[in-house]
Design a binder for this molecule. Structure first.
Ligand SMILES: Cc1cc2nc3c(=O)[nH]c(=O)nc-3n(C[C@H](O)[C@H](O)[C@H](O)COP(=O)(O)OP(=O)(O)OC[C@H]3O[C@@H](n4cnc5c(N)ncnc54)[C@H](O)[C@@H]3O)c2cc1C
Length: 403
């Protein structure tokens, strides 16, 4: 496994669970063995979860299950023809099958003042630790970006007693993913807990005092004073190794692979944030999805295919997000479409079904996890359901069949 994140880890775990007998090596450049990232903006950031709580498996599990884990080690060069990987330790490793699971890196902003002290990005344990210790003496924190990272971090830091502001290009938080109506619900939750939201504006520069950030200045000429800033403006798939050895890249910037997650090189698989796979659920269109559950399930699919099982990756993508303990949401599917609301946004008890034509492509729920099973069925079956039937609470979802 090249990459010690969740996708690499779950591939190694699945290989052992399925009785694979060969040697399994997992190479990751971070100091920690594989861990879950979602807590980094949630319970770990708030100091409620420990580092050990975030681990994919207890440290001893890897040795007990004969998986060699090399931390602080980078794969420097991949040679698909020779089937070798050169490591930063100068070791050259020969492989029969390999998984590329190098994940993604945060998108960095190039603006005046962008390298001042007190400006943070969030991807790894170390970033969360720095934010936590830096906000200890801070009163005001500005988040740049109104998507998952910005909203979750704003909620967590508000719960820690900080005064938080979100600055974003969108009019409404999470609008790009879920539309203005549903995004507006989450913005309402944030505002009701004291988070200030500044939308339809953009970062121009950071201002300093003694080398440390003291304000965020927007293109709309607002000045947002802060002691600390956290930037969450998306990630870029890490395709450095793949590009270096000429693997085909997809239109979404990831590494192209088939529905079994195999690249153009036989025996070389990809999984996780940089995998751009042919989705059998979406008519063979290529998808690249940056979700925790997708990384885990793709790692497992890759393992099965390494063992010759010949299975497509046909899991319906699943995503979750929490705003402190104020609100949680779950989402299944992928795609756009108009939201059809079942339940009440005002009461925070609803499911939004995203519908294109009459096809359900995705669903987001707050407080109605049971609806997700129905949504999964609608997405898989793929034929029409009238939007007014989805919205009608008098209609039993179990009785609504797309088939
Ligand atoms: C703060 C935060 C909160 C999140 N919250 C949620 C959430 O609530 N819900 C959700 O669904 N998703 C969430 N996600 C997204 C989810 O965590 C990711 O989709 C998932 O971690 C992707 O796993 P991965 O294994 O593909 O990549 P990564 O986790 O990025 O792992 C790839 C690893 O490979 C290493 N690597 C890269 N190149 C090399 C190399 N050449 N040699 C060796 N190692 C290398 C990297 O350093 C990294 O450790 C969150 C992400 C973050 C950062």
């Amino acid at each position: 496994m090249i990459g010690g994140g969740l996708a690499g880890a779950s591939c190694a775990i699945k290989l052992r669970e399925e009785g694979a007998e060969g040697s399994v090596l997992l190479v990751g450049r971070e100091p920690d063995p594989p861990y879950h990232r979602p807590p980094l903006s949630k319970a770990y950031l708030r100091g409620e979860d420990s580092r050990d709580d975030t681990l994919v498996r207890p440290e001893q599990w890897w040795a007990d299950n004969d998986v060699e884990v090399l931390t602080r080690t980078s794969a420097m060069k991949l040679d698909p023809a020779e089937r070798t990987v050169r490591l930063s330790t100068k070791q050259e490793v020969r492989f029969g099958k390999a998984l590329l699971a190098t994940g993604a890196n945060v998108r960095r902003l190039r603006v005046a003042g962008g390298d001042l002290d007190g400006i943070h990005y969030l991807r790894a344990h170390g970033n969360a630790d720095s934010i936590r210790s830096d906000v200890e003496d801070a009163e005001r924190v500005v988040m740049i970006g109104g998507s998952y990272i910005g909203t979750e971090v704003a909620a967590s830091l508000t719960a820690l007693g900080k005064s938080c502001t979100i600055l974003m290009q969108e009019a409404v938080t999470l609008e790009n993913s879920f539309g203005a109506e549903v995004g507006g619900f989450f913005q309402g939750v944030l505002e009701n807990h004291g988070v200030e939201v500044v939308g339809s504006d953009e970062l121009d520069r950071f201002e300093a005092s003694d080398g440390r950030v003291k304000a965020v200045v927007t293109k709309g000429r607002r000045e947002l004073p802060c002691d600390c800033a956290v930037v969450g403006v998306g990630v870029m798939p890490d395709v450095t190794l793949a590009r270096g050895c000429g693997l085909e890249l997809g239109e979404g910037g990831g590494i192209a692979c088939d529905s079994r997650l195999e690249t153009s090189v036989p025996g070389l698989f990809v999984a996780g944030d940089m995998a751009e796979y042919e989705s059998v659920l979406h008519g063979g269109n290529r998808l690249r999805i940056e979700h925790w559950d997708v990384a885990q399930k793709q790692g497992e699919t890759a393992a099965l295919n390494m063992l010759g099982r010949d299975v497509p990756h046909d899991a319906i993508p699943y995503f979750f997000s929490d705003l402190a303990d104020w609100s949680s949401m779950e989402y299944v599917g992928a795609g756009s479409g108009e939201p059809v609301i079942r339940g009440s946004l005002e009461e925070g008890d609803f499911t939004a079904f995203y519908v294109e034509g009459e096809r359900v492509t995705a669903a987001l729920t707050v407080g109605r996890s049971d609806d997700l099973e129905h949504a999964r069925r609608f997405i898989r079956e793929g034929t029409g359901i009238a939007p007014d039937e989805l919205a009608d609470e008098g209609k039993d979802l179990a009785a609504l069949s797309a088939g």
